[in-house]
Design a protein around this ligand. Structure first.
Ligand SMILES: O=C(O)c1ccccc1N[C@@H]1O[C@H](COP(=O)(O)O)[C@@H](O)[C@H]1O
Length: 207
């Protein structure tokens, strides 16, 4: 199966439409107000409305309250929730929506146990651990810390870009890759050229 591609952190309609035309599978919208890529409801609605069919919309939260998540779900056509903080499995599954659980990987991380705790997630998303940050840092991590047999589909993220993603796909063999900083021209501004190069690198690596 082809490696799925999610690009996260869109803030502009034109960037999301351009990325969709380049064949990405999913777009991520960041509902975390400390992120430079944070979107409000109106902005998110405009981006979602402009997308062609069959592009999955992922809403990213970091330790949000139930009310915040429910407010987004009530007003935006979200397909998948991405929990990028310390949310419990009970919290993640309580919305009865497909969800991804992100983990920031550092030496000693027990990804097997974590994947078992979040067994009903659609995937385990591995990001780099950076002190004081929750994600979107553009930093990679040691991919050998990922066990070969995980019980959940693996979504590899953390510092991926057009230059390293082919190597990542060949080495880690993830179900999907997720990128934010690595395809940007500036914070929250995606570069169509970088997205195109990223998609081409993923496709070349899986052939
Ligand atoms: O994108 C953000 O600003 C962000 C903020 C807080 C948590 C997660 C965030 N993004 C996610 O971080 C990873 C890695 O991003 P990068 O490619 O290293 O910049 C990715 O899963 C984003 O969805």
């Amino acid at each position: 199966m082809s490696v799925r591609i999610k690009v996260c952190g869109f803030t502009r309609v034109e960037d999301a439409v351009a990325a969709a035309k380049l064949g990405i599978d999913a777009i991520g919208l960041v509902f975390y107000d400390k992120s430079p890529r944070h979107v409000g409801i109106a902005q998110a609605q405009a981006i979602i409305a402009a997308l062609p069919p069959f592009v999955t919309v992922v809403a990213l939260f970091v330790n949000a309250s139930r009310e915040e998540v429910e407010n987004v779900l009530a007003q935006c056509a979200i397909d998948v929730l991405q929990f990028h903080g310390e949310e419990s499995p009970e919290f993640c599954r309580s919305f009865h929506r497909p969800y991804l659980k992100a983990v920031r990987v550092q030496p000693g991380a027990d990804l097997q146990t974590l994947a078992a705790r979040y067994h009903d997630a659609r995937g385990l998303l591995t990001d780099a651990f950076v002190e004081g940050a929750h994600g979107g840092t553009g930093k990679t991590f040691d991919w050998t810390l990922i066990p070969p047999q995980l019980p959940l589909p693996l979504i590899l993220s953390g510092g991926l870009d057009e230059h390293n993603v082919a190597d990542a796909v060949r080495r880690v063999r993830p179900a999907a890759v997720d990128v934010s900083s690595g395809v940007e021209a500036g914070k929250g501004i995606k570069s169509p050229q970088r997205v195109a190069d990223f998609v081409a690198a993923v496709r070349a690596a899986q052939n």
